[in-house]
Design a protein around this ligand. Structure first.
Ligand code: NCD
Ligand code: ZN
Length: 345
């Protein structure tokens, strides 16, 4: 196969930031993607409907001219989230999900949830109106090894919440383990999981062997090879439980290279070329459309995009190493392999 046309993809987990960074990174997403679930972990976070509406307006103003990109907004769940505000925002179609960060789990998560009993009423209301909960699935218990935090979260937090509120729609965000992939597959149609581009490409050796590679450091951190292989199998299976959420998370190189560097891989620029390469390696190019363009909208109860995207195989694609922003350069994720699939814009 040398050419592949699919419905236009969506990104079900994206960090756009704000101000200069937003302006610089947004075109990298709008070039290929029709819609994206916008993460609310700004400083301060997007907690209320009014904040989500303002942030959506800032995104729409930063959009390249002519782009029909639609940002799908989310609220950042706190122990003080106002149920009425949240319901009203969902009813007018302003928000499409609510994001649960365990406090301290990742970048800008300090306002997240410490005591899960305090958000039970919000979650019950979300179940009633069919509003999905996007979950950063890692425990923050310092006793738990960072490589085990996803599996422990499933047992200790996620499974109890889902037993307690079985009608709640849940997206396990950026799963990184076989445990996560198995749990998502067996969880019925109220449970889905996003998988990032980079977790299909790197394992923990890529971060740590031959010198530390800050640009491969993200959260949840990449795990051992058996988990990467399980994620590749899941993503390319066509199973409706799995869909693309790039978790493209730009940080300036200065912030990535600090002694305590930020977590996040910036993949918006080359995601579609990388995915095509990965799916081809797995002999599953025919499943790329399900993963990137069909399973996500089906889970969120939205129509698939009418427009299409064409990928054509040729000489290796020349992606930029970094993009320039007024805050400084942002390094583009390096998949360490030639990419042969060109995206027609
Ligand atoms: C994200 C960020 O930078 O906002 N970082 C990351 O490593 N993925 C936060 C997140 O999604 O955990
Ligand atoms: Zn993220």
């Amino acid at each position: 196969m040398t050419s592949l046309t699919i419905r236009r993809p969506d990104d079900w987990h994206l960090h756009l930031r704000d101000c200069a960074m937003l302006k610089a990174v947004l075109p990298e997403t709008t070039r290929h993607f029709a819609r994206a679930i916008i993460m609310p972990n700004l400083v301060p976070p997007i907690v209320t409907a009014a904040e989500a509406a303002d942030y959506r307006d800032r995104i729409l103003s930063a959009k390249p001219r002519g782009s029909k990109f639609q940002p799908l907004m989310t609220l950042y769940l706190t122990e003080d989230t106002d149920v009425r505000d949240l319901r009203a925002a969902a009813e007018i179609g302003l928000i499409h999900a609510v994001k649960l960060y365990p406090a301290g789990a990742t970048t800008n998560s300090s306002s997240g949830v410490r005591d899960f009993t305090k958000v039970k009423r919000v979650l019950e209301n979300m179940a009633q109106i069919g509003l999905p909960l996007c979950v950063h699935g890692e425990v923050t218990d310092p006793e738990i090894d960072i490589f085990d935090r996803e599996a422990v979260f499933i047992d200790r937090v996620l499974d109890p919440i889902r037993r307690d509120i079985p009608d709640l729609k849940v997206v396990m965000e950026h799963i990184t383990t076989k445990d996560g992939a198995d749990y998502a597959r067996e969880g019925g149609d109220k449970l889905g999981a996003t998988i990032t581009t980079h977790h299909l490409v790197i394992n923990r050796n890529h971060i740590l062997v031959g010198g530390i590679k800050p640009h491969y450091y993200c959260l949840p951190v990449a795990k051992r090879e058996e988990h990467r292989l399980a994620l590749r199998k899941a993503a390319t299976s066509g199973d409706p439980s799995y869909f693309l959420g790039t978790d493209s998370a730009p940080h300036t190189d200065a912030n990535k290279l600090l002694p305590c560097g930020c977590a996040g891989c910036f993949t918006a620029t080359n995601t579609m070329s990388i995915l095509a390469e990965v799916f081809e390696q797995e002999g599953a190019l025919n499943q790329l459309e399900r993963f990137a363009s069909l399973n996500g909208p089906a889970f969120y109860g939205l129509p698939a995009n009418d427009e299409t995207l064409t990928l054509t195989k040729g000489d290796p694609v020349a992606h930029p190493d970094r993009i320039e922003t007024d805050d400084g350069p942002v390094t583009v994720f390096d998949p360490q392999m030639p990419l042969h699939w060109h995206v027609s814009e």
